[in-house]
Structure formats: C-alpha cells, structure tokens
Write a new protein. Structure first.
Length: 310
C-alpha cells in the first residue's frame, strides 16, 4: 500500500526518515509531498495513496475525491479541524489524530512567547515577570496540563475551567496544582493571564468574546496557542482599544493581523508561522505515532484514535 506524508510545513528530516523506516519495514511504499504551494499538487499527489499523514494541511472533500484508494488519514497532532470529517465518513475513510504527542512543545512555546512579550522583545527596557501572575487555563487537555506543570515552576497561581470536565473532575487533577473554577466568567475575572486550550468546534468558535475579555483585571494578557477562530476578533480589537494595557499574544496570526499590528505594535504579538509544535522532538513524537497508527490500521483495522464516526 502507498503511504504518503503530506506536509505544507515539513517535519524535521529526522522524523521523516524514521517515518519512512516504519512504513517501509511494514512492507508499504513511502512517498512525500512537502512545502506544496498549490492545491493541485496535493490532489495530484494523493491520487494513488492508501494512507496519508498530515499536519494542518486542509483535507476537504475535493482532496478525498482525488484519492479513490484512501482508507486512512492520520493528523500528526491534536487538532483535526482541517479535515472534513463528514466527507471522510461518507467515503469510509478513518481519520485519527495523535493526542498529546506535541503537547510539551506547544506548552513550552506559551512561556517562550510570554517571556518575549513581557520582556519587551528583549530590547533592553524594563519588563515584567511572570511570578505571582494568576494564570487561567481555558480548557484542560494535554497542552493545558503541560502549561500548568511549567507555570508552577514560575510561581504562578493557576486557575482552570473546562467546558467538558466537571468542577469535581478538575479538582481531582490535584497533581497539576490548579484551582478549579465554576465558569468561564469566573476564570477570566480571576486571571491576569488567560491561556486558551480548547479545540475548534462549533461551540468554541468566537467563544472568547467581549463578555469574557472585559472581566479580566487590568493589565491583562490573553495567549492563544489553540486556533484563531476561538477568538472573537472584533471584541479583541475593542477591548485592546479600550484598555491601553491589554495584550494579545498568539501563535496563529489573526485574520485582522495588519490592523492589530498597526494599532497595537507593542501589545499584539504573533509568530510568523504557527510554531507551537515545530520542534524536532514534537515532529518525531507525533510523526512516528502517526506512522505506527497507519501501519496498525492497514494491518488490522486498529482505529483507537479515530475521531470521525463510522
Ligand atoms: C495541533 O493541533 O497539533 C497543533 O496545532 C500543531 O499543528 P501543526 O502540526 O500544523 O504545527
């Protein structure tokens, strides 16, 4: 069978080599399409693929239509909002992710970005520390847990709210040292820094809105290592206009990026290209997990990380 890596943003070479070994040792043919710039390259590459390993690559119905042999798509990473799950189910294609495999890399970047912004881009002027700032984790999955672990080292009190875990479930996560709160409103009221960790779903789209942002103390920071769509950008723009000490830090460029940069050059910061999971370690962890999942699925139908209904 043909297994293809499809990555507009490539894995580290070491990860690619090890993925290739896993695929070929299992008796499959390996191929790759990296750094493509046009969708036609993608639709052309997948035409004889039985399996594809992807990152944030958009796999919609058109791509699946171009891949009549496709049986499995593994998203080497956590979020799978880039795959049309309904189309996959209709075509009997299994979609899986590799939960947790790149979580540490994303969590470390959260602190990298926070330090960079709080130290004024290391320009020599007086900045601020993270210690004693109350950190609010909005949602509590793998990345949030890693963020909590690191935040303890910085001496930050940590609050958490999860729309899917109950208050008691969160309280039981004692090892992370988080204070569980009852609502998103309570979280924003009690946090100097909010870090976002929810997946992009219909329910989470634009969920970070004026109602929540306006509850934060002054000064305040929102840091986004999730998806740009979870932010209501109009509301973010409004709160930053109203509050001269409000900062927005994001690993995913805002839709209104140019406007944010023009209006708030010192208070809006984004990485040039989503960098959270872009470490060799995360590439190896997620890429190899994806390769093993592909091999297991093709061998025995093992779909333990399946995310689309059958
Ligand atoms: C994820 O959902 O795992 C992260 O957003 C990483 O995305 P990337 O593989 O495109 O870097």
């Amino acid at each position: 069978m043909k297994v293809l890596i499809v990555t507009e943003k490539p894995f580290a070479p070491q990860a690619v080599q090890e993925i290739e070994n896993i695929i070929e040792n299992a008796g499959h043919t390996f191929g790759k399409l990296e750094k493509y710039t046009d969708k036609s390259q993608l639709t052309d590459a997948v035409k004889d693929a039985d399996a594809i390993i992807i990152r944030s690559d958009i796999i919609d119905k058109e791509v699946m239509d171009a891949a009549p042999k496709l049986k499995v798509i593994v998203r080497a990473g956590a979020g799978y909002d880039n795959v049309d799950l309904d189309a996959a189910t209709q075509k009997d294609i299994c979609v899986m992710n590799t939960p947790g495999q790149n979580a540490n890399a994303v969590a470390e970047l959260v602190f990298g970005m926070l330090l960079y912004v709080q130290r004024n881009h290391f320009d020599g002027t007086t900045g601020n520390e993270l210690k004693n700032n109350r950190l609010g984790l909005y949602a509590f999955g793998n990345v949030a847990k890693m963020v909590a672990r690191i935040a303890r080292g910085f001496g930050m009190p940590i609050y958490a709210y999860s729309p899917i875990l109950t208050h008691d479930d969160l309280r039981k996560e004692g090892e992370y040292g988080v204070i569980s709160v009852y609502s998103a409103e309570e979280l924003f009221e009690n946090s100097d820094i909010i870090s976002l960790h929810m997946p992009l779903l219909e329910e989470t789209e634009k969920c970070v809105n004026y109602n929540l942002l306006s509850r934060m103390p002054n000064p305040a920071i929102v840091i986004n290592s999730a998806r740009k769509e979870v932010i209501n950008e109009d509301d973010m723009m409004r709160i930053m206009e109203e509050r001269p000490k409000f900062k927005y830090i994001t690993d995913i460029k805002a839709d209104r990026h140019d406007e944010f940069v023009a209006k708030f050059p010192d208070r809006y910061f984004t990485t040039p290209k989503k960098a959270g999971a872009q470490t060799s370690e995360a590439n190896v962890n997620a890429g190899l997990a994806a390769a093993r999942q592909v091999v297991a699925f093709l061998k025995s139908g093992d779909d333990r990380f399946r995310v689309n209904p059958k």
